[in-house]
Design a protein around this ligand. Structure first.
Ligand code: SME
Length: 178
């Protein structure tokens, strides 16, 4: 599979009405799962999800992963969009709050979120979803939008289920090659 997914083209930056966004995501989900079928490499899964969710979510200006690299530290992983912060400690920002609490952070207005890290001044809302394997946080999915309320609770729930499905098939750590 290398053709990406079939979706109506929508210009980057467009905030579709919520019902259309949910329908678009629902039509993308089986295609994303098919694209990842049988893949067990964590980085291959992250990179492909970053690519395909970027196509699915035109309201996003950043779409990607922060990986846990220490007890309380995240480092940037595969993503689409402008350059992101390289490292985020569990004490900082929306990603840190997600990593610290292990719960999804749906932030309709980042200016009202104490400690938000402004990697891109244009960002107005954010959705961060924890990826937990065997009870331990492995990474977070970070989605940013230049629109207020760029992501809804329905989108968050669908994406949480996608993260569970796709990362439960990943091998931790990836098997050695030697
Ligand atoms: N806004 C995020 C930082 C990550 S970047 O925007 C890509 C936060 O506050 O966690």
């Amino acid at each position: 599979m290398s053709e990406g997914i079939l979706l109506e083209p929508v210009a980057r930056g467009t905030l579709l009405p919520e019902t259309e966004r949910v329908a678009r995501l629902q039509s993308a989900l089986p295609q994303i799962l098919a694209a990842l079928e049988g893949e067990t490499d964590e980085v291959a899964i992250q990179a492909t999800l970053a690519c395909l969710l970027w196509e699915t979510l035109p309201q996003a200006n950043w779409c990607g992963f922060y990986r846990r690299i220490g007890e309380r530290m995240l480092a940037v992983g595969p993503y689409q969009g402008g350059m992101g912060c390289l490292r985020i400690s569990f004490d900082r920002g929306v990603c840190g709050a997600c990593a610290r609490t292990g719960t999804t952070q749906l932030v309709p207005d980042v200016q009202a979120f104490p400690g938000h890290i402004a990697c891109d001044d244009a960002t107005r809302s954010e959705l961060v979803i924890p990826i937990t394997v065997g009870g331990r946080l492995q990474a977070v999915l970070d989605l940013d939008s230049p629109h207020r309320s760029g992501f809804s609770l329905s989108e968050a729930r669908l994406l949480e289920a996608l993260m569970t499905q796709t990362f439960s098939q990943a091998v931790h750590p990836s098997p050695g090659i030697g």
